[in-house]
Design a protein around this ligand. Structure first.
Ligand SMILES: Nc1nc2c(c(=O)[nH]1)N[C@@H](CNc1ccc(C(=O)N[C@@H](CCC(=O)N[C@@H](CCC(=O)N[C@@H](CCC(=O)O)C(=O)O)C(=O)O)C(=O)O)cc1)CN2
Ligand SMILES: [Zn+2]
Length: 775
């Protein structure tokens, strides 16, 4: 490397392709429309395009092995041979079937049948959970106490060679062994997976050795666990690991940390014998000075300066002014310029958005634009600001134009925020009074049955929506189609005997995007997809300004659905915390201020639904638990404002109106105080896989409000039998009073097919009948 340049790195780029080529290839393969070869060819094209694009945009440290067919944590589990016996793998190269069985279960968990020689006895997928505080979900590796490891995949090596054939020497990315074990789950939960580290280290060392022999000079090892609360065993584990890796000849390690500050792990990180350290300076700008001061002089510091978690264009001159004094006098090759974390979490290319407001567009930067920002920063550091004066000025001007824009600031919203009063955050009566009033008004049976909101988003529904978007289906026709779907769903729910109905959410593309498209202060995109899990992607709305609700968003759909039936239909909304956590947010005001603005908008909608006659309104807070900060010390402050926002959104109604909320993927033990403080009349939660154990916490906590513990795992295509659901409810009854309990699935049914949903819900209603008979 010449001493006259500062290298740039991306740490990883989106895998899905500008036009979601990966989704198409995967879903075509799963449904048997294309053979494995075609799938693999498609993925090869995606990798090559990514490498060439990074090269052409001047990125020096180009990653490989950042690609994944489904998930990089699953890839790592496969790489080290952590494949539970149930998947029937007996050694050798791991077949695609086994890989996808671990990802999706061997019937396929997204509603398509497996067409590729699956064993057909319903092996369940690994559990899935969210990756740190992102909306990306990984497959949780499952390890046994007697787990052994071995190098079982050549993926890092073959992708390194694949790029080398294009003339690009990449820096392979590998998920570090300590983070891998911390993300894994102990089968039987009788031991701490970190205890397996001594068995895992040699496997990684062997891989590193092979990469070195193949010509790799650097590898990037990701240890984002370094921004979490660690204990002594974790820290010792890190030391053991990197001491061993330092012995691999001719290979330099760039140890990557991201999503937060090293904090009390700073000393541990700096003591590791690695050639480079990457730090996140967007989430934790304050660590620049101490890390620069304390890092070894022979160590490369990778500065995470461009936001890998958000879409705003950077203020490059401001960044330069911040780092120049700190690195003054350093040899140029002691620093690297990088995004805060891998670019996996941002959309690919802003240029695809041809209908975005021009001002807004000038404020944004997606993955490939961020590459350009990185190279500009590097150039300015080497050649001085004057060499790229025009570009730097444009960057500063964009930031200034955003700060001053009338599109961003709405004095009415800012005034409303100041006028929030205490009574606005409180239901009028106490829960007991509300419960009695609602019981008289609603007259529901014991163990009322309901669903969480969405019914299957069938290809028919999605086709109609995209035909409407392309202008091939008029709004009148599209609306008539949706009304028809809604009516069919209402009739069917009545027919099978559900007690509380939903309209089915057919008109919604996504539970967050749908609201983003109707709220002021939000922009939405056409192509800005980000992977959420596997082949499922989201287009997070972009919150650019003060938020308000120009007009009702859901009232007419609710009215239509309610007009079809005498049974109560729930109003169906997404809550402020979830809208915030699943959107790209402003970086010029605190998150909690934006969240209060959204809360007031949702409050308006809640009040309008009540005025239209809704007796029950559900406000989903699927992402409230997910949004917990990575460090425990930050939890309370977050929970305080998150709960406050939910209460603000939900408290504008009378005592006779029943407020429901829903949360999924939840470990509630830590946050029960917050859940109580939300004071929803009814909460539905995911419990079916945990055998109702979750309810212990509600009992010990003396939780009095009503609860619908999910009895049907909607992540699996399996149809639960009536008896299973009765058994689960009997377990629930041991923990909570009969009068508190509702019966419902774990979550919405949008990713399922009607063939699974119909029998499952019929069985669920029958389970309620049987319970009523014995209770
Ligand atoms: N935002 C968000 N985050 C979440 C969840 C969630 O529901 N929403 N759930 C949890 C799990 N994550 C999930 C994320 C995505 C999906 C999901 O189903 N995504 C869909 C896309 C949903 C969507 O926006 N659909 C649009 C666009 C659909 C589309 O691709 N249309 C085609 C044409 C369709 C056709 O002709 O068949 C096109 O535009 O090209 C619509 O329905 O309008 C997918 O990737 O398949 C499910 C769960 C956690 N995080
Ligand atoms: Zn859910």
């Amino acid at each position: 490397m010449s001493i006259f340049s500062v290298p740039t790195a991306t740490l990883g780029v989106p895998r899905i392709g500008r036009h979601r080529e990966l989704k198409a290839a995967l879903e075509n393969y799963w449904s048997g429309r294309i053979p494995a070869d075609d799938l693999l060819q498609a993925t090869k094209r995606l990798r090559e395009a990514n490498w060439l694009e990074q090269r052409d945009r001047g990125i020096a440290k180009i990653p490989s092995n950042d690609f994944s067919l489904y998930d990089h944590v699953l890839d790592t589990a496969i790489m080290v041979g952590a494949i539970p016996k149930t998947y029937g793998w007996t050694g050798g190269e791991v077949p695609l079937d086994v890989y996808f069985a671990m990802a999706r279960g061997d019937q396929g968990s997204d509603g398509e049948a497996c067409a590729h020689g699956c064993h057909g006895h319903g092996v369940a997928a690994l559990e899935m959970t969210k990756w740190f505080d992102t909306n990306y979900h990984y497959m949780v590796p499952e390890l046994s106490a007697d787990q052994t490891f071995g190098l079982c995949s050549t993926k890092p090596l073959s992708e390194f060679r694949e790029a080398a054939a294009l003339g690009i020497r990449t820096r392979p990315v590998i998920l570090g062994p300590v983070t891998f074990l911390k993300l894994a789950k102990a089968r039987g939960s009788t031991f701490d997976p970190i205890a397996l580290l001594p068995r895992l280290i040699p496997v990684y060392a062997e891989l590193l050795q092979q990469l070195s022999q193949a010509g790799a000079r650097w590898v990037q090892i990701d240890e984002p666990c370094l921004v979490l609360d660690l204990d002594a065993a974790d820290r010792i584990g890190l030391e053991l690991t990197y001491q061993r890796f330092a012995a691999v000849p001719d290979l330099n390690i760039m140890l990557a940390t991201y999503f937060g500050a090293l904090g009390d792990n700073l000393e541990t990180a700096l003591a590791l014998p690695v050639a480079g350290l990457h730090i996140d300076l967007v989430r934790a700008p304050e660590q620049l000075e101490p890390v620069a001061r304390l890092s070894r002089k022979d160590q490369v510091l990778s500065l995470g300066l461009i936001d890998g978690r958000n879409v705003w264009r950077a203020n490059l001159p401001a960044i330069l002014d911040r780092i120049r004094p700190v690195v003054a006098g350093w040899p140029l090759d002691r620093i690297e310029i990088a995004p805060s974390c891998s670019l996996l979490h941002v959309p690919i290319d802003l240029e695809l958005e041809t209908t975005l407001d021009e001002d807004l567009k000038s404020w944004l930067s997606f993955s490939v634009q961020k590459m350009d920002e990185l190279t500009l920063l590097a150039e300015a550091l080497v050649e001085g600001k004057s060499a790229v004066a025009k570009e730097l000025q444009a960057s500063a001007e964009a930031v200034q134009s955003r700060a001053a824009s009338l599109k961003v600031h709405d004095p009415l919203v800012e005034g409303r925020l100041l006028a929030i009063t205490e009574p606005m955050r409180r239901r009028r009566g106490a829960f007991a009074e509300r419960r009695d009033l609602q019981a008289r008004k609603l007259g529901l049976p014991n163990f009322p049955t309901t669903t969480i909101g969405s019914f299957p988003q069938t290809p028919r529904v999605r086709k109609a929506r995209s035909a409407h978007a392309r202008g091939e289906l008029s709004y009148v026709e599209y609306e008539a189609f949706l009304k028809q779907e809604t009516e069919t769903a209402i009739r069917w729910q009545e027919e099978i005997g559900l007690d509380v109905l939903v309209h089915g959410e057919f008109e919604r593309n996504d539970m967050v995007q749908y609201f983003g498209e109707q709220l002021a202060g939000f922009a939405f995109t056409k192509h800005a997809w980000v992977q959420s899990y596997g082949s499922r992607y989201v287009r997070p709305p972009i919150i650019f300004g003060d938020v308000s609700r120009p007009r009702p968003m859901t009232v007419s759909w609710w009215q239509y659905a309610q007009s079809l039936t005498d049974k109560p239909v729930k109003g169906m909304l997404t809550g402020p915390v979830t809208i915030l956590n699943w959107s790209f947010v402003r970086d010029d005001i605190p998150r909690n201020v934006t969240c209060r603005q959204i809360a007031l908008a949702i409050r308006d909608e809640v009040i309008d639904l009540e005025a239209a006659g809704a007796a029950m309104i559900q406000i989903d807070e699927a992402a409230l638990r997910e949004g917990l900060p990575l460090r425990k010390s930050d939890w309370q402050a977050y929970l305080d404002w998150a709960v406050d926002c939910f209460r603000l959104a939900s408290s504008g109604v009378g005592d006779g109106t029943q407020i429901h909320t829903h949360m999924c993927y939840s470990e509630f033990n830590d946050i029960l105080d917050a859940i109580s403080a939300m004071d929803a009349d009814v909460i539905s939660i995911e419990t079916s896989r945990s055998k109702m154990e979750l309810l212990d916490a509600f009992r010990t906590h003396k939780y009095l409000n009503e609860i619908g513990p999910g009895v049907y795992d909607i992540h699996s295509p399996r149809v639960p039998a009536t008896g299973e659901m009765v058994d689960l409810m009997m377990l629930a009854r041991q923990r909570l009073a009969d009068g508190q309990l509702w019966i419902n699935p774990d979550c919405g049914l949008k990713t399922r097919g009607w063939d699974e949903v119909r029998p499952a819900l019929i069985n669920m209603v029958e389970a309620a009948r049987q319970l009523r008979a014995v209770a």
